[in-house]
Design a protein around this ligand. Structure first.
Ligand code: HEC
Ligand code: HEC
Length: 222
């Protein structure tokens, strides 16, 4: 067996998220998930459509509409802020996020964070014959691609405040995010970690990864 290429990242991962967590805690004051539930189900007529109409009644997502259930609140909140200020360019989400006050963004983020993601955080098996499995569990050392699971956790279930769950994402949504990082229409995120990785992933890689997660036990169930 080769050495896992991701060991230094694992060690890093054990240390610096604490510093980031402190910032996240400072941001999450007084969010009201009950208010968030109202917005999720009813929107704010007439300007903001219900989140459920696209992201699903339980935040489970569908194809181009990513799942929100169980995603950590600080991540959801930062994405809503980025849509609102244009740092994450998206013509559908921009007016919706702008239509919410910062308090309402925090409320709706807290609501979706409280729902179960349904992802089993069980470690997967690297398989040299399965490109997706290998990329997720081992990465591709020669191209400087670390294992997705070294940051996004076993089963792609997400870790802490800054590594979102990626197990349920459709290939098309995942590809859209990778392209957005490549062309700079999505903020680089914490320490630019993901932006750097995105630039090294081909569409073939992305398809294989999404397929692997969809087939991994528990990952496909919302
Ligand atoms: C008309 C459909 C539609 C509605 C209604 C909608 N969204 Fe979205 N949402 C999208 C699409 C499409 C994306 C993916 C954007 C992209 O590709 O960057 C998205 C992405 C997001 C993301 C980013 C998720 C991630 O994993 O990074 C968040 C957070 C979000 N929406 C929250 C909400 C909230 C909260 C509401 C209700 C107030 C809402 N959305 C209503 C279509 C919708
Ligand atoms: C070194 C840590 C690290 C590794 C390794 C990593 N990611 Fe990420 N990833 C992140 C961070 C941090 C974010 C959140 C970015 C943000 O806040 O905008 C992220 C976000 C994402 C998102 C966006 C999720 C959403 O809901 O929009 C996708 C897709 C993604 N990563 C895919 C991958 C894939 C595929 C791999 C493996 C090839 C991978 N990541 C490996 C750190 C990492």
């Amino acid at each position: 067996m080769r050495q896992r290429p991701t060991r230094p990242l694992r060690q890093l991962g054990a240390v610096w998220p604490w510093a980031l967590l402190l910032c996240a805690a400072a941001q999450a004051q007084n969010a009201n998930p009950q208010q968030g539930e109202q917005i999720a189900n009813n929107g704010l007529p007439p300007s903001v459509a219900s989140c459920a109409s696209c992201h699903g009644s339980k935040g489970q997502g569908m194809a181009a509409f990513p799942p929100l259930a169980g995603q950590v609140a600080s991540y959801l909140r930062s994405q809503l802020d980025a849509f609102a200020d244009g740092a994450r360019g998206n013509p559908i989400m921009a007016p919706i996020a702008k239509g919410l006050t910062p308090q309402q963004r925090a409320d709706v983020a807290a609501y979706f964070a409280s729902l179960p993601s349904g992802i089993a955080a069980s470690p997967g098996q690297a398989d040299a014959k399965d490109k997706g499995a290998w990329l997720v569990e081992r990465g591709r050392m020669q191209d400087g691609i670390p294992a997705c699971s070294s940051c996004h956790g076993p089963g792609g279930a997400g870790v802490g405040a800054h590594f979102p769950a990626i197990a349920r994402l459709s290939a098309s949504y995942m590809q859209a995010q990778i392209d957005a990082w490549k062309k700079g229409s999505r903020p680089p995120g914490p320490l630019g970690l993901m932006e750097g990785i995105a630039k090294k992933l081909s569409s073939d890689d992305v398809n294989a990864i999404a397929q692997y997660y969809a087939g991994a036990s528990g990952a496909a169930k919302p």
